[in-house]
Design a binder for this molecule. Structure first.
Ligand SMILES: C[S@@+](CC[C@H](N)C(=O)[O-])C[C@H]1O[C@@H](n2cnc3c(N)ncnc32)[C@H](O)[C@@H]1O
Length: 213
């Protein structure tokens, strides 16, 4: 029988205390070994300390950065962080307000590199220093279809907030602007959903799927 994969995780919310002699490995957390592990982590990380999990993901992070402009009060940031964690994105950049609702992140923010920038100009300066090609993601006139675009491997994808969308600064600073094809009546997709689609498009173009869970 094959081991359960991600789609079966819901069957087992966690694991009980470690059975047998504890492993002699400092990645394991003595408290979790003793009491069990009910965290929302993949089975490979059961009983590991948070630091050990972060160190392991850090070895495998993709050359993809994500930014979301947070000049209003965008409740989507938590969902974006959770999806970025799932895809081992390098860093999630939050531009504007420092405060955001962590609930949607479902604790994944503890394992995800996050970085704040006061302005979009600051974010763009960071991207230039880091050698990242900036991709604005929005359904604005002149955008290329993401379904046909070759996304840069070393990239920063910027998403706008509900309502106004991406700022003019983000559009002006981007080497490429892409939109997700739509067919219904709505003007746009929820920003966190759009971010998930765009991240996954990058994954299909650049990730080594043999490293996926
Ligand atoms: C709800 S949209 C708002 C703005 C949108 N430009 C409009 O016309 O109403 C918020 C963000 O979600 C993302 N988004 C939503 N739909 C998208 C689409 N079809 N293509 C690309 N990005 C999209 C963009 O990052 C956008 O800034």
């Amino acid at each position: 029988m094959t081991e359960p994969g991600p789609t079966e995780w819901g069957r087992r919310p966690g694991v009980g205390p470690w059975q047998g002699p504890p492993p002699d490995d400092d990645r394991y957390d003595p408290t979790l070994l003793r009491e069990g592990d009910t965290r929302n982590v993949v089975d490979a990380y059961r009983y590991w300390t948070r630091e050990a999990i972060i160190a392991d993901i850090d070895e495998r992070r993709h050359s993809l950065h994500i930014a979301i402009e947070n000049f209003g009060n965008d409740a989507n940031i938590g969902s974006v962080v959770r999806t970025a964690n799932a895809f081992a994105v390098d860093t999630v950049h939050i531009v504007g307000r420092r405060r955001w609702n962590r609930r949607g992140a479902m604790v994944t923010d503890r394992y995800q590199r996050l970085r704040h920038h006061d302005t979009t100009a600051d974010l763009l300066a960071f991207a230039a220093d880091a050698g990242l090609t900036v991709v604005a993601v929005d359904n604005v006139p002149g955008a290329a279809r993401i379904e046909h675009a070759s996304l840069p491997r070393t990239a920063l994808m910027i998403f706008g907030q509900e309502g106004p969308g991406i700022t003019d600064d983000a559009k002006a600073g981007a080497a490429l602007t892409v939109s997700i094809a739509q067919f219904g009546s709505t003007r746009s997709i929820n920003a966190a959903v759009a971010a998930g689609i765009a991240m996954h498009t990058w994954i299909t173009q650049h990730a080594d799927l043999s490293n996926a869970w």
